[in-house]
Design a binder for this molecule. Sequence first.
Ligand SMILES: [Zn+2]
Ligand SMILES: [Zn+2]
Length: 146
Amino acid sequence: MKRKIKPEVEKGLKICFKIANILKENYPNEIFALKENSIVPFTSSKRLCNSVSFSGYAHFHHIKPHRVCCKQKFLIGGDNWHSEYEFGRQKRGSGYYVIGILGYVLLMTHELAHHRTKGHGTKWYSKCNKFQDFMINQLISGKYYS
Ligand SMILES: [Zn+2]
Ligand SMILES: [Zn+2]
């Protein structure tokens, strides 16, 4: 049976997939193989995710099949609280609220950088920054929209 997804959630999912596909194209070895259920809305259904709940807006499944689960409140509009990281943890006072395309980009690059890079240490940080810079450049140059 096909999942029933609200149109506004579906719209957000499409944006997440677009970002993931652009990154996959440019960093083929650093992004996991993307499939239909690689990015999913978090629901109470246990089929795609065993978590009962989680804090934040999304999480990455380190165990195969790799997957990014996103809270529906994020998928609708890209709203999320973004923080800078330093020494493996959130940098105090660096947080800000992001919405729209930048919200999607900042959260997806964060989660996708977790592939083979657990935690928020220096390896993850440099990969995440690389993805973010690349995606923000795609937005500024207009390539994202072409
Ligand atoms: Zn999950
Ligand atoms: Zn993280």
